[in-house]
Design a protein around this ligand. Structure first.
Ligand code: FAD
Length: 305
């Protein structure tokens, strides 16, 4: 039975949010600025900014957060990672981010520095994501009232994390992050709706009650598909891989079509939020949301509130 029959009211429209990463050149920064304006104009729940991922400069993340905060009407959400950083340095960074007027965080351990594996002491000795959730709460408590608002999210892995021993251990880890104060989780990429839906069902059975938002990315190229496959810990669907290769390795429409299909299957199961990894482009993610009927904002690019 659907929500209308159960409650007599229309279900609320699904929400959506985006992820961007700091640009690595002046030209890329210009393109990113344009993409951010288009993304922000569609009134997302938030725009998340990665931190130190793929060796990007950490100050660049703070600059991008500030740009979103100062030049768009969207809520910026700061990824923050513990790897290779002391507790005191982390506390100082949390305060720097709060000073920018950015109050929402995604607490992460982070990718190991280039050339190091997940078994390296730098990674093993890092503060855990759960400890970072607590540290963010501690920093918020040190702030004057009204500047200490904000939510803390964490990462979740539908197909398991490379370090996880089992689905059970992974879910215990996620439950511990919730216990530490996390308010919602965003997932790693995946290719099949069942992988996400079964993970959510298992998480509920393990006592995880916080919202778990599916992370989705419309790929444009064979190289992106390989990258997503490595992150998802799963091979890409063969038909998608072959179809992109058949047209020379560049097929944004095919990535959009796959993400629409995945989103529809997820939204049909009463999941009410989508998180879109944009790869710093707005065209494909907005094409997905348009087809899903989720773009209703009237704001125009460049309009800051
Ligand atoms: P945790 O939740 O602490 O651990 C992940 C899993 O590993 C756990 O579920 C558990 O199963 C297992 N595990 C970890 N430690 C142990 C242990 N000691 N013993 C047993 N099991 C263990 N990286 C970046 O560098 N910058 C980013 O901006 C960034 N953004 C991300 C955004 C999202 C939505 C996701 C899903 C990932 C992102 N990452 C980013 C990658 C992430 O930092 C890495 O996957 C990292 O290896 C794990 O971080 P975590 O916070 O999820 O770790």
């Amino acid at each position: 039975m659907n929500d209308v029959l159960l409650t007599g009211t229309q279900p609320t429209k699904p929400r959506f949010s985006f992820e961007v990463f700091p640009a690595r050149s002046g030209a890329a920064a210009l393109a990113l600025g344009n993409a951010v304006q288009h993304l922000a104009a569609e009134a997302p729940g938030f725009i998340a900014v990665t931190y130190g991922a793929n060796g990007s400069h950490r100050n660049a993340s703070l600059d991008l957060l500030k740009h979103i905060r100062d030049h768009t009407s969207a809520l910026p959400l700061a990824h923050l990672t513990t790897v290779n950083t002391s507790r005191d340095e982390l506390k100082a960074t949390i305060h720097r981010i709060l000073d920018l007027g950015v109050h929402d965080f995604l607490a992460l351990v982070g990718d190991p520095p280039k050339g190091l594996g997940l078994d390296d002491p730098v990674f093993r000795d890092a503060l855990s994501a759960a400890e970072l959730v607590e540290l963010i709460a501690e920093a918020r408590a040190e702030r004057p009232p009204l500047t200490s608002v904000g939510r803390t999210a964490v990462a979740a892995y539908p197909n398991g994390h490379p370090l996880s021993r089992s689905r059970g251990a992974d879910l215990e880890w996620l439950a511990a992050k919730q216990q530490a104060g996390a308010q919602f989780a965003i997932t790693q990429l995946f290719f099949h709706a069942d992988e996400f839906l079964e993970f959510v069902a298992d998480a509920r059975r393990a006592g995880v009650t916080m919202p778990i938002i599916p992370g989705l990315m419309p790929v444009a190229t064979s190289a992106q598909l390989r990258k997503v496959s490595a992150l998802a810990g799963q091979p890409a669907p063969k038909e998608l891989e072959r179809a992109i290769e058949r047209v020379g390795g560049y097929a944004p429409d095919l990535g959009v079509a796959h993400t629409i299909e995945l989103s529809q299957a997820i939204l049909a199961e009463s999941i009410d939020s989508l998180h879109l990894y944009t790869f710093n482009r707005h065209e494909q993610v907005l094409a997905v949301l348009r087809e899903l009927g989720l773009l209703t904002a009237k704001a125009s690019p460049g309009h800051a509130q």
